[in-house]
Design a protein around this ligand. Structure first.
Ligand SMILES: C[S@@+](CC[C@H](N)C(=O)[O-])C[C@H]1O[C@@H](n2cnc3c(N)ncnc32)[C@H](O)[C@@H]1O
Length: 305
């Protein structure tokens, strides 16, 4: 399915490990399930038929454009779906506003969607010319261009090292500082070309584009993704009913480490029974049909009774 995103046509996001998500959430016709990252509703569309007639799906995203698409796609299930524009770090408040204190299942499919990546004007892709934006919530004021221009070299270096694990962070930051003193860095391709020139020649033509890690790091910083995940992981045990289930899909090691740490802590505290000993990975067939699934790791746990 294709969607119009302002001037561009973008593909809807193909849900990652959809079967596994259904298996671990195991929704019943009376369950209340939260899709905390509904995106364009790939996973939600698989979940809602299980919730008919007496269940409920609370579908949250901080991206209004994605929510609009999700609302259209979930239209025929509106009797069981409530759409919420919000940040999942406020999950407890969001549920309170819906008159709920605990639910039966919560899904997080972290990171950005293909829908966001494919819209050049959102600025997430180094392969498409667009403004250096990267905001998931366009009501937020800080863009990637703003960070590039206002942060010190030390702050930019910390972002690239922490969120991108970029080994050429020093060279890239020094090129950014040099360039921004002469010309504003305003577009995705401008930054991508600058990064390609900054890294050693041997790193320019690898399988991974040299701008991949810097773009990931900037996106995570613009959207404060690490802090949002940490905050929500701390409150989740109190938001699930006994036997309620948590499923988290992450796409890079930083997020997966945070999830693993929170679950291990909760298992020791007697809150969680693990449903996955090791993270579940997509099958080879899934990766072939949806290469964006290749780095996904799914962890699931059940709230102790
Ligand atoms: C990988 S996509 C989800 C795709 C979705 N599962 C599907 O199948 O269509 C991640 C989504 O999470 C949203 N998101 C990221 N951080 C968020 C946060 N802190 N609060 C709410 N939504 C967030 C993004 O805007 C994006 O739409």
């Amino acid at each position: 399915m294709f969607l119009v995103c302002s001037f561009m046509i973008a593909a809807v996001h193909q849900p990652v490990m959809a079967k596994e998500v259904l298996h671990f959430l195991n929704p019943a016709a009376t369950s209340v399930i939260v899709d905390a990252t509904v995106g364009t509703a790939g996973h939600s569309l698989q979940l809602v038929p299980q919730l008919i007639p007496n269940g409920k799906l609370i579908a949250i995203d901080r991206d209004c454009q994605a929510l609009e698409v999700a609302q259209q796609r979930l239209g025929e299930f509106q009797s069981v779906v409530t759409m919420v524009h919000g940040d999942f770090r406020q999950l407890s408040e969001i549920l309170k506003q819906q008159g709920l204190s605990q639910v039966d299942g919560i899904l997080f499919d972290l990171g950005m969607s293909s829908f966001q990546l494919d819209c050049a004007e959102r600025g997430f892709s180094f392969l498409k010319e667009g403004p250096l934006d990267m905001r998931m919530d366009s009501k937020q004021s800080t863009t990637a261009a703003a960070l590039i221009h206002k942060l010190s070299a030390a702050e930019l270096h910390l972002i690239l090292r922490t969120f991108g694990e970029e080994r050429f962070a020093r060279r890239i930051v020094s090129r950014i500082i040099q360039e921004r003193g002469q010309n504003p860095i305003e577009t995705t391709t401008q930054l991508a070309q600058l990064i390609s020139r900054a890294v050693p020649k041997s790193a320019r033509y690898q399988r991974l584009h040299p701008a991949t890690r810097t773009f990931q790091a900037l996106r995570m910083a613009v959207n404060d993704e690490g802090a949002a995940l940490q905050a929500v992981l701390e409150c989740i045990p109190s938001l699930l009913r006994p036997k309620g289930r948590l499923v988290v899909i992450s796409f890079h090691s930083i997020e997966d480490r945070m999830v693993k740490r929170a679950l291990v802590h909760g298992i020791h505290a007697g809150w969680w029974t693990p449903l996955t000993k090791k993270p579940v990975r997509p099958s080879a067939e899934e990766v072939t049909s949806n290469p964006r699934a290749r780095s996904a790791k799914l962890r699931a746990a059940q709230r102790c009774a």
